[in-house]
Design a protein around this ligand. Structure first.
Ligand SMILES: [Cu+2]
Length: 508
């Protein structure tokens, strides 16, 4: 901050007079800080034409973008030095956005489908190329970035006059500008990207830990039919760990989202409803769907809206679903993944217990264990350096909040998947050997007697174990550093111990 202010004094003697005007009654940007004379001041600083741009946000080719009125994506905004730049901008797809010119210290207020269009206005009093982008975390990375190109020479002595003021050394630019014009100029706040101070954990954070026992009943031997599902996307302040909260984006307020279950040949009608309280667009791409980007393109749902797609389950197996709204890995890391099981004709062999477990990782600004409200760190997401690894959404989901249980003699089946978004799991149960593994979620072939099975992001495995000895069996990723970052679960098996299977001491 100190450094940037110094830099500002040396290099930017108020080249840019900024005023922001409200459109349609929406108050925006710096208007709240502007003096009643600010518009007047801008009029004096502006020496060129007023250049009006109508823009909107959209989702195009899997990216979040700005569009101009001709449909150009992330357009170059070309103006001449001294022009007044006026931008009217709206959220076409409904999610919350802004438009920020950090080099010029100009940013709009956040706007969404609910707020309607907003307008910002400023004078281009410095030549050059200046990036604009959306400062909502993840949106710039998802595609919302363009350039303002300011060309030409100063059209009046004002700029030269102001250049001369750069000799004022440590004088505050606002004071300098005010002195020159005899009016207080509206000084933009210093643009502060995501590096805001850590917020305290929210004491009202709710549990999003998915219950591993929340498995729909087996399909059995029935004929194909049409089944209907409705899932709601919700953005909730959830408990990531004791003393740590996080803003989760979820399917049905839990992580993973609900397990769906159908049989091959079924027609599945799926409605995705985005809660009115959401700030983001959300969607669903089911890996069990053939065509249409798994439903991802047709289910982009704005806050307060819903959309329905219908698909036929052509392939049996266990499939991941996830949100497919840019920036997709950001939505997945925030908790937007789940699984759909498509049973083969005749169903799966009967077992005593079925569980639903998914692994994911979180990229937070503060380190693992910090007692704060964790924010997403886009640089760590980009570098694939997570702070947390979790089963079912949160630290302790499968050790404290929920537990997997079985009795000696029972057969346990775990539907295991990796939401990721990035990390492969070496799924292992400490103390157990998988009697059967359906690798990669494929039911075409079973493997037997497996210690650890590899599950990539966006994939699944079905593992089965007949529990033959009591005790605590630990669910882990055998990349065991991750156990210290939250990734551990417990399967508690009760019953009598058979000493021929295991006992302490010498052979009898
Ligand atoms: Cu989403």
């Amino acid at each position: 901050m100190e450094h940037s202010m110094c830099k500002f004094r040396v290099t930017a003697p108020i080249y840019l007079a900024v005023a922001l005007l409200a459109a349609g009654g929406a108050s925006i940007g710096f208007a709240a800080n502007a003096s009643p004379d600010s518009t007047q001041a801008v009029q004096r600083a502006a020496t060129g034409n007023v250049r009006h741009f109508v823009m909107r946000t959209n989702i195009a080719d899997g990216r979040l973008v700005y569009e101009d009125e001709h449909g150009n994506v992330d357009p170059d905004l070309k103006v001449r030095l001294g022009d007044t730049v006026e931008i009217s901008i709206a959220s076409k797809e409904g999610a919350e956005h802004d438009i920020t010119f950090p080099d010029l210290k100009v940013e709009s207020k956040r706007f969404s489908g609910a707020t309607g269009a907003t307008t910002l206005q400023f004078v281009a009093s410095r030549a050059g190329e200046f990036h604009y982008f959306c400062s909502v975390p993840g949106h710039r990375e998802a595609g919302m970035e363009g350039k303002l190109i300011v060309t030409g020479a100063p059209a009046s002595p004002i700029a030269a006059h102001r250049d001369a003021s750069s000799g004022m050394g440590g004088v505050e630019p606002a004071a300098a500008a005010g002195g020159m014009d005899g009016h207080a100029m509206p000084m933009p706040a210093v643009y502060a990207p995501a590096e805001a101070a850590a917020q305290p954990a929210d004491p009202n954070a709710v549990s999003v830990a998915g219950d591993p026992a929340a498995v729909p009943p087996p399909v059995g031997a029935r004929a194909p039919e049409t089944i209907k599902y409705r899932i709601e996307t919700d953005e909730v302040t959830g408990k990531l760990d004791n003393g740590t909260s996080f803003t989760y984006w979820t399917f049905d307020k839990r992580v993973p989202g609900p397990m769906l279950r159908a049989r091959v040949g079924d027609t599945v009608e799926l409605t995705l409803a985005n809660a009115a309280t959401s700030k983001m667009t959300h969607s669903i791409d089911l890996h069990a769907v053939t065509g249409a980007m798994g439903g991802g393109a047709d289910t982009q749902v704005a806050p307060g809206q819903q959309k329905t797609v219908t698909f036929k389950a052509l392939h049996p197996g266990l499939y991941v679903y996830h949100c497919a709204t840019p920036l997709v890995p950001e939505h997945i890391a925030a908790g937007m993944y789940g699984m759909i099981l498509i049973e083969p004709a005749g169903g799966l062999p009967k077992v005593d217990k079925e569980y639903y477990v998914m692994q994911g990782e979180l990229y937070t600004s503060q380190p693992f264990g910090a007692h704060v409200h964790q924010q997403v760190d886009m640089a760590k997401l980009s570098a694939e350096r997570p702070e947390y690894y979790v089963f079912n959404g949160a630290v302790g989901s499968l050790t404290k909040t929920h537990e997997l249980t079985a009795d000696v003699g029972q057969t346990v089946r775990i539907y295991f998947g990796v939401g990721g978004p990035n990390k492969v799991s070496s799924f292992h149960v400490i103390g157990g050997v998988f009697d059967t593994v359906y690798e990669e979620g494929s039911l075409s072939e079973a493997k037997h007697d497996v210690q650890t099975t590899l599950v990539p992001p966006g994939a699944a495995a079905i593992v089965e174990m007949k529990m033959q000895y009591p005790g605590k069996y630990m669910l882990v990723d055998h990349a065991l550093t991750r156990a210290g970052k939250g990734l551990v679960g417990v399967l508690e098996v009760q019953g009598s111990a058979d000493p021929t299977i295991y006992h302490v001491g010498s052979a009898r």
